[in-house]
Each structure stands twice: as C-alpha cells, then as structure tokens.
Design a protein around this ligand. Structure first.
Ligand code: PLP
Length: 385
C-alpha cells in the first residue's frame, strides 16, 4: 500500500519539510503493537508531532543548553502542561505573584479545586522561599522579570533551595529568551518560552516550549502532551523554525534599541518611573546585571498620575506603536493595564496604571519621537481634565 511518502531521491533544501500526519503508519504488526515504545522521541500518532516538530524541539533544546524540549500550542499551554504533568491533588504549589495571569488563574480556579494547595509568594523572596516550603511542596513557579510589573527574581537562590528540598522549579523565561538567560544552567528544571514572542518574532503564530535536562521529566511531559491533546501544527513549527534563523539578530537589535528608548523615557518629565531591570534605578537591577545578558524588548512605565482620558490621549496619538497585548515581534506595541489590576494583586510593584511597551525593529529615533508626541497628547489631556 502506498503511504504517500515521497521517494528519497537526491534532494536537499535549506527549508525544513512540513510533515503532516494524524495517523502514523507502521511497516508490520509487531511495530504497531510496540508503537508506544517509540516515545518520547519517536512517532506513533500525530498528537505528539511529526519530524517537523522534533526538529524544532531539538533546535530549542540546543538554544536552551538543555537535553530535551516538548512544544505546546501556545505559551499558556506550555505553562499549564508543565503543571498538569507534575502537580497532583494534595500537593502544595508556590507561584510568584508576578507570574503570567493565566497561570495564576489556572492555579486558583482549577488546581485549587482539584485539591492542590496554591500559595502566591512575593517575587523578590530569594532564598527565603525556604520558609514557605512544606513536606508536600511539589513545584515553584517563577517568572523574571514578572509579567507587566517586571520584578526580578533571584533564580539561582530559589533553585538552590528547591534542589536541596526536592522541589521542582519552572521558570517562564520568555522575556530574556535563552540568549539572555540560561535558565537550565541556573538550576531551573523546566524553562518555558512563549515562542509566540521572540522565537516566532513576527506576531503571527502562537506556540510554547518546555525545555529540560532530565529524561524522566521529558517522558512525563511527552505523555502529558499526548493525553491532553496538545498537538502543534507542523506549519506553525515551520514558522517558528524560520523565526529562529534570525532570533539572535532580532534579540540583539531589539535589546540595543530598547535600552535607548527606555533611557529617553526615564528622563521625560511626564514619566514617573520605568519598571525595567536593565536601568540602574530599578530595584531588580543588581540581579539583572549579575545574571542576564540582554536588555529584552519589553518594559513598563508609570506616568505622572492623570485620569483615564489622558491615557486615551496617549494611546490614540501613537503612530509608530500599534496597540496590542502581545510583545517580542518586529513591530513595536503598546498595551495598557489599569490600576485596578495591580490593586487586586498581592505584592504588586505598583498600584498605578501601567503602560507596557514592546520595542520592535523600527528606527529607535522614530519610536522616541512617536512617544514624545503621544506624551505631549497625554500632557494636554491631563491639563484639560
Ligand atoms: C511572559 C509570558 N508568558 C506566557 C505568555 C503566554 O503566551 P501565549 O500568548 O503564547 O499563550 C505570555 C503572553 O503574553 C507572556 O507574556
């Protein structure tokens, strides 16, 4: 029977092949019966991916200086798959209060109803996390800098305590990417990337990656991916593989431009403060300087207090920046997080409205001029109200 697999005639391409399959076919009865033994690397059913997914996983594992990677259909899916792989009813889960919102919601609205004891901790806790660890603590979730409010975490201090106490750790390392922070080399068990951001780089695909060193963890996550049906489309794998070809150049250029734009804004009279660890004024600067190699492309800013209409003025005046909630792509983005969001959050770095900027590949002079004129509109609206 034909399987529609092309003949292996002499052919080579710089592009990875996009290999689609729900059904994987087997040469004989024995192979079919033994198919599960092909996991976690091999192919037995489309849900765990085809060679296109495996190629991407290998490239990401190499980038992360790790041994294994499992991809998921979004950054959020990568976070939740990691939790579902390892956390069970009766376990205690420690989550940084600055972690990505849907991770906290999943822990609070789902896991806690499945018997998991969920505890939020202040992101700056460092080695003092030891005091929160209980006999049933299973995992510590970290993110640095934290979503929206950009708190740094002392990752090596936390992972040292966790290893000593037999607790797993996961880090959402999307801000830095592995080029800015080698999570696994700093003792993290699971390094998570929302590949939606820097890895894909063009704001047109969602994906997540979980990288690790331990083979037993890899087997568990491959099974979890399969059981939860977390398949990733080979076309999306192709797009992220293509994004990775320019990752280092994009990260370098965006990182260089971001610090310039941030310093410019920090000196603006209408800017109260920037939440951005690469700036000396940031409380997380010493940790950033010790552990991180890049400036990222994302920071937040607190403007001089003004009523909400002034923020309308700012956002609607933007011409180079596009209004949108994501980040990490080649186009600069601006997002707004109202004060109420910070007020609801324990251990928040601010109780003020936050403007978050993602710096893309545009000319930084144009971006700064755009921000200046939008801040002028903010100032006008401020005095008009
Ligand atoms: C730090 C961080 N982690 C995870 C995610 C989730 O990624 P995705 O949008 O691919 O689900 C995001 C998305 O905004 C994020 O900013």
């Amino acid at each position: 029977m034909s399987t529609n697999t092309p003949h292996q005639e002499a052919f080579a391409s710089l592009s990875p092949a996009v290999m689609r399959a729900s059904t994987v076919v087997f040469d004989n009865f024995e192979d079919f019966v033994q198919r599960k033994q092909r996991q976690p690397d091999g192919f037995s059913y489309g849900v765990t991916g085809t060679p296109t997914a495996r190629l991407l996983e290998q490239k990401v594992a190499t980038l992360e200086h790790g041994h294994h990677c499992v991809i998921a259909p979004s950054g959020a899916a990568a976070l939740m798959t990691t939790l579902m792989g390892f956390v069970r009813g009766g376990d205690h889960l420690l989550v940084s209060a600055a972690c990505y919102g849907s991770l906290k919601t999943f822990a609070d609205k789902w896991l806690s109803h499945m018997g998991v004891e969920v505890e939020l901790y202040p992101p700056a806790i460092g080695a003092e996390i030891a005091a929160l660890i209980k006999a049933n603590t299973r995992m510590i979730c970290m993110e640095a800098p934290g979503t929206v409010t950009m708190e740094m975490q002392d990752i090596p201090a936390i992972t040292a305590v966790a290893r000593q106490r037999g607790v797993l750790t996961m880090l959402d390392n999307t801000w830095a990417s592995p080029l800015g922070f080698r999570a696994l080399e700093h003792g993290v068990d699971f390094s998570i990337q929302a590949a939606t951001k820097f890895f894909s780089g063009h704001s047109d695909v969602l994906m997540g990656c979980i990288s690790m060193n331990d083979h037993a963890h890899y087997e568990i996550l491959r099974e979890t991916q399969s059981i939860l049906g977390q398949q990733v489309s080979p076309e999306d794998c192709f797009l992220v593989l293509r994004g990775l070809e320019t990752l280092a150049l994009r990260v370098q250029a965006q990182s260089a431009s971001t610090i310039v734009v941030a310093r410019h804004l920090a000196a603006h009279p209408l800017v109260d403060k920037l939440l951005y660890p690469p700036l000396e004024s940031d409380p997380g600067h010493a940790l950033w300087k010790r552990d991180y190699q890049t400036n990222g492309c994302l920071f937040s800013m607190i403007l001089k207090p003004a009523p909400e209409p002034a923020f309308h003025g700012f956002f609607d005046a933007l011409q180079q920046f596009v209004i949108g909630a994501s980040w990490g792509g080649v186009h600069s983005l601006a997002a707004y997080y109202p004060a109420a969001l910070q007020a609801q959050r324990p251990f928040s770095a601010t109780d003020q409205p936050v403007v978050r900027l993602s710096i893309g590949l545009e000319d930084s002079a144009l971006l700064m001029a755009d921000l200046d004129q939008a801040l002028a509109a903010y100032g006008r609206a401020m005095t008009a109200t």
